[in-house]
Ligand binder design. Structure first.
Ligand code: GLN
Length: 202
């Protein structure tokens, strides 16, 4: 890569600061995005975790929905964590009434899929793209992927009641994780996004 990639962090709601720190730590140049003009000149974008129902409302209120959808359609690399995964999903189950996603990844996500009693937990996941060392994955009222289309690669899953539920998916330049790598000190997912997906697209 010739210059430092500029990566936006959608900053209408959610854990923006943690992603800014993680992106900084992997050598990217993070920039918060609250208005359409701030999407210009980005090499990539992160949609943080938070609350997808609120994020959806604010994205629409800030006139970001149309430009974000256009940027995704035009191939901007985007990484969504948790609520960000929901925003990137083409279809949603257990959403709030009228809840919309931005779409882009041909998946159906189930919101709050892991249930209320165990709605937060941690586990170790091995992702081939990150090498053999397991990644500590922190799930906070997380979604899972219920169905995915043929263009989607499942990079990791969690087993519940004998069934595998994808929690890391990629389609083209779009990456999504049900969990929050920004809250652990492990920067490998951000590094993968910046070097391999953003870097590979430039
Ligand atoms: N349950 C939240 C939602 O529906 C996501 C939680 C999170 O991002 N940690 O948006």
């Amino acid at each position: 890569m010739s210059t430092t990639p500029v990566i936006g962090v959608l900053a209408v709601q959610g854990d923006v600061v943690e992603h800014v720190r993680a992106l900084d730590a992997v050598g990217a140049s993070p920039r918060t995005v609250r208005r359409p003009s701030e999407l210009e000149g980005l090499d990539g974008l992160v949609i943080p975790g938070g609350e997808s129902t609120v994020m959806d409302k604010l994205v629409r209120a800030f006139d970001l929905r149309t430009p974000l959808r256009a940027a995704i359609r035009d191939g901007l690399p985007v990484y969504g964590t948790c609520a960000g995964m929901i925003m990137l999903a083409d279809r949603i189950l257990d959403g709030a009434a009228g809840q919309q996603t931005l779409g882009g990844i041909d998946i159906t996500v189930r919101r709050n899929a892991f249930g209320r009693q165990i709605d937060s937990f941690e586990t170790d996941l091995v992702l081939d793209v990150l090498g053999p060392e397991p990644l500590r994955a922190v799930f906070i009222r997380a979604p899972w992927v219920e169905e995915s289309g043929p263009g989607v690669s499942v990079l990791a899953s969690v087993v519940r009641e004998g069934r595998e539920h994808p929690v890391v998916v990629r389609q083209g330049n779009l990456l999504a994780t049900s969990f929050h790598p920004e809250v652990t000190g492990d920067r490998r997912v951000h590094a993968h996004f910046v070097r391999d997906i953003v870097g590979g697209s430039r």
